[in-house]
Design a protein around this ligand. Structure first.
Ligand SMILES: NC(=O)CC[C@H](N)C(=O)O
Length: 194
């Protein structure tokens, strides 16, 4: 049994909870810092990264989230959550939580492609993962220690560095729960090795 939190300051929280629900998971909707204490993993949902950062600071989550990551506890960021995890953001002086060695660009798809759906090959997850993109960021560069899990054309849209997993799209908005299952197995593995 693993205990996984979904950061619930803003964004698509309930959808993630639905995707994580399984006999071997306990899910916590995280609204207060002290709820992080006994979690084995955490999901950072989509929404608006600037707003989410403001709320992270307002409710004192910044340092506790850094510590959580520093303890090697797995994190999974989707869309705005991915932006929060990146070390570098194009056009900004610094990243937010800066846990994945990658550079991202916000709202990277042109206007007529602001929102779209497609099927993607995601390494270790599946060949036809339904991906919903909504004003999505792109990963424009990754460090050597980052594994590229998926590309849309030439663009990187999912990556993993150790215990940290991120994707540009919204797997939580589909009935396909394989991406979340992959994260749950990362959490189980990290817990077993701790
Ligand atoms: N769906 C999303 O999470 C969009 C991300 C948003 N465009 C941002 O920059 O934070």
């Amino acid at each position: 049994m693993v205990k996984i939190g979904v950061l619930a300051l803003q964004g698509a929280v309930r959808e993630h909870v639905k995707c994580l629900e399984a006999p071997n998971t306990e899910i916590v909707i995280v609204k207060k810092v002290d709820q992080l204490a006994d979690l084995d993993g955490l999901v950072l949902p989509g929404g608006e990264s600037t707003t989410m950062r403001r709320l992270i600071d307002l409710y004192g989550f910044f340092e506790p989230l850094k510590e959580f990551a520093g303890e090697g506890k797995p994190m999974f960021g989707t869309c705005a959550g991915l932006i929060l995890m990146a070390e570098e953001i194009v056009g900004y002086d610094q990243g937010h939580l800066s846990v994945i060695n990658m550079k991202v660009q916000r709202n990277a798809f042109g206007r007529q492609r602001e929102s779209f759906e497609t099927d993607l090959l995601v390494t270790d997850v599946g060949e036809d993962i339904r991906a919903v993109f909504i004003r999505a960021p792109l990963i424009v560069e990754v460090g050597e220690n980052v594994q590229v899990l998926s590309k849309y054309g030439d663009e990187i849209v999912a990556a993993r560095q150790g215990h940290f997993l991120a994707c540009s799209f919204h797997p939580e908005l589909t009935d396909d729960h394989r991406f979340h299952q992959y994260f749950v197995s990362m959490v189980e593995e990290a817990k077993a090795n701790n």
